[in-house]
Design a binder for this molecule. Sequence first.
Ligand code: NAP
Length: 326
Amino acid sequence: VRAIGLQRFPAGIPETDDFVLLDLPSPPLNAGGVRIALKFLSLDPYLRGVISGRHLGHAIALGDVIPGGGVGVVVESDHADWRVGDWVQAETGWRDEAVLPADRLRRLPASVPPSTALGVLGMPGLTAFVGVQDILRPAPAQTIVVSAALGPVGGTVAQLCKRAGARVVGIAGGATKCRLAVERLGYDACIDYRDDHFVAELQRACPERIDGYFDNVGGRVLDVVLGHLNLHARVALCGLIDQYNRAERPPGPNLGPVIAARATLTGLVVYDHFDRLPHMLDALLPLVAERQIDYLEDISHGLTSTPQAFVRLMRGDNIGKALVAL
Ligand SMILES: NC(=O)c1ccc[n+]([C@@H]2O[C@H](COP(=O)([O-])OP(=O)(O)OC[C@H]3O[C@@H](n4cnc5c(N)ncnc54)[C@H](OP(=O)(O)O)[C@@H]3O)[C@@H](O)[C@H]2O)c1
């Protein structure tokens, strides 16, 4: 069996010398096992994180076979459900042959090319489907923006949003990709984030601002898009490929843990909610009156103490609600 192993931990963008061709003994077929001749291996951005030990706790060691999905054909089977010639998808790693227990195999539909099980109908497609259904929730005439626009995640997101009636604007690197995004994937427009006029072009493509953003990249692109959100926009934080090759996390908020925690970030502006003040008082007033909810106050005295009290507040020296007693 030939496989690709990790020879050296990449510094920055991986180089071919970081990898090594391994010649491994062909494993025996255990009871219930299936031998697969692989036909397609999946290359995915998350593997860069796995290689540097930064992907949701997964890591590999030097000499290990690089993990990842694969699609192949059964060449030997000791399981009644699988016959020689069946197409399967499984987590195989980068190798040309794999032996796996039958319960780790997924059968492929015959109506589409087998490679789709690693892309639009596989893990990336599922990512897109869930992100659109659960997070973006596109509505007709809304503007949705998608970065890494041509990838299996972004391309699928875009088409699902188009089908929901949204206007979809892609972000991709280079004029060729941007043209393909429009011609092949149905984007209404696609903006090159490497172009000097990126920000102005994005604004021009989103004259009514942005109702949904599917972020695959993080970094500056995320920053720019966040500056153009509409009221009640939804943002799916899916990937941070802009930082996968960096040893140090770039400055700015640390969004990796947000993704890992499946957390929800929601903007809150109290001005929208003053109609709920009576409800709030009903709930809290008795508790405050009985001191079941306590509060701290930091009281300065006299009008002339106001500037200094404000300075203390902004320095963080106040303890509790800053007030001036006149
Ligand atoms: N959260 C999840 O569960 C989940 C699941 C699957 C995938 N993902 C994430 O979704 C994103 C897209 O995945 P995909 O499988 O569809 O792959 P993909 O889009 O084919 O990913 C590669 C593309 O990323 C873009 N990119 C943007 N900034 C980059 C940079 N600084 N360095 C390198 N590439 C950069 C490049 O296209 P452009 O330059 O044209 O943008 C490149 O072609 C990735 O971040 C991935 O980690 C997340």
